[in-house]
Design a protein around this ligand. Sequence first.
Ligand SMILES: [Zn+2]
Length: 512
Amino acid sequence: MLARVYSVALVGIDALRVGVEVDLAAGLPQTVIVGLPDTAVQESRERVRAALRNSGFIHPQRKVVVNLAPADIRKEGPSFDLAIALGVLVASGQVASQDLETFCWLGELSLDGYLKPVRGCLAMADGVRAMGLKGVIVPQANRAEAAAIEGIAVYSLDHLNQVPEFLADPGRFLYQGTPTPLTGPSLGLDLSEVKGQSVGKRALEIAAAGGHNLLLVGPPGTGKTMLARRMPGILPPLTREEALQVTKVYSVAGLLKQQGLLSERPFRAPHHSASAAAMVGGGSFPRPGEVSLAHQGILFLDEAAEFRREVLECLRQPLEDGEVLISRTRQQVTFPAQVAVVMSANPCPCGPKPRPGSSQPVCVCSPLQRQRYWNRLSGPILDRIDLQVQVENLKPEELISLRPAESSQAVRVRVVQARLRQQERFQGLGLTCNAQMQTKHLREFCLLDEAGRGLLQMAIQRLGMTARSYDRILKMARTIADLSGSPTIQVSQVAEAIQYRSLDREGKLLAG
Ligand SMILES: [Zn+2]
């Protein structure tokens, strides 16, 4: 007899329906699994056999053929165990077989028949919802995770021996927990805790408002990391759709620690020794890397010049496309990667510190050393940075100032307003923020008046800026205008934007 039940396979963060067909045939007792299974799926033969026996069922003394369809998608992991065991039970007539096609079965079996949680359960449950199936059956430990998906019934089983009871009365196993509502960012870190740093804070606000990438340059101890960590708190709250995407990435990576959808924008700060695979994802069954774990949030590269060049190089495509494409034999996987990059760098390799008798940091690098240092950054990734800002040591009066600084909440209100203006402007163009504008959009949305054009031309000539810098200044000026609610770009806004090209402006940093 042939049985067919359903499960799902993960491709990236998306789920595909997999038909699990089980056929009992005459022949030597053995189990064969076909349909591109990996080792963990192959091993499911042994788990299923033992789990059936230890749950009071019989493993048929026949040839058991299991086909996982479609055959051209690679199947990985132990999450098909439950579906295979059910297929064997149905094919051998040990349980009733009505209504099976309306459910999707997920779960790893232990040898004693208990169900163990599976990785990526939330992403799989979302896939099941999209397929229009009636419900998903998951291990008890996964039920709260799966229940974060609205619009699908979640049933949970603890042990394989509950399957007959479930088929007789599914309602008893329905999980009644409601998904935790989206709470919005908790703002654990607040901008008001950062003293001084008015330029750094303003740059953070502009970067958040226009979706710009940001480089903070300054000697050690000036609070670059402190500033960067507060960036997620001034970005607009995640929408439900965005939160779902972010949570799916964490679910697939096996990093989901809480119930319900993640409601805070991620902040990822990989160490500078990180490999390319850790950064963009990889493995024979690809897992998301740091750039995808930072999706809809911040990827912070602290001491950016210390990262290996090839690691920075491989960030180029994801930053360009907003997604990571990983190619494997027979399979291509994409992970989302819409991130804002915040980098920090010392002005030079020695990391200048104040010396005795001087409050200003003293550098001991040769011009050649400085040149080499900046060359490491200049190619692949500096090209994609709109704001380059110098962060200085606090002045004594700033250190002791008791005046309360502005809160993240207050800044976020302006950022949200500026984002709304951009959405209105870009309706139907497929853009979401100013940083994404192409040259043709600049001509339409970033018109300057006579004075603004004159100032920008002068800056270009005097400072020897490139055409690329020109475009970036226009985009930033547009964001600064949006923050102040101005439909046109004022000359003062152009002037402010020029300030944020400090590497261009102070060619000395690059030239040594
Ligand atoms: Zn130095």
